[in-house]
Design a protein around this ligand. Sequence first.
Ligand code: IMP
Ligand code: MG
Length: 177
Amino acid sequence: MDTLRVLITREQIAAKVAQMGERISLDFAGEPIMLLGVLKGSTIFLADLARQIKLDATFDFIAVSSYGSGKQHSGEVKLLKDVDHSVEGRNIILVEDILDSGLTLTYLKNMLQAHRPKSLRVAALLDKISRRTEPVHGDYVGFAIPDEFVVGYGLDFAERYRNLPDICVLESGSETR
Ligand code: IMP
Ligand code: MG
């Protein structure tokens, strides 16, 4: 039996996302940006963040596989869907739901840098700093969280729970990490 415990409420998320949007708007004042969401976990965050950014902004999405259906990182990252629009010469803000080991972000940063964007920054709603194995960080980070598996607000466990409005810790009876 799965148990859900609220870790971050929808109100806390909304306040934080507004701050992040304000920060990005100030940092890129007068410049166009491209919000590049990593499917599917970042979609709800991207939708809310985009509406807090007062800039000329476009959207694009990429998809990678890293986790399979469980809680463990498979150790390798594979590109499932590339960008639709060129990133060359653009201000790219990579939008991630959560930074964990950092493997996904390292892979994506290397891939994107090879296409010479004007700038590349990372906005991540959540950061599990204690889990990091790669030397990467987010430029705009919402919440640092402890090493617990979370779902909701776009984050899933085996594709479920993405639609929860709050971020919750998934405490499962049988599953271990
Ligand atoms: P990393 O490559 O280990 O940094 O993993 C990043 C990806 O793993 C995120 O984009 C999520 O899709 C997934 N992930 C990591 N931790 C969690 C979690 O607590 N809940 C749900 N997904 C997670
Ligand atoms: Mg996932």
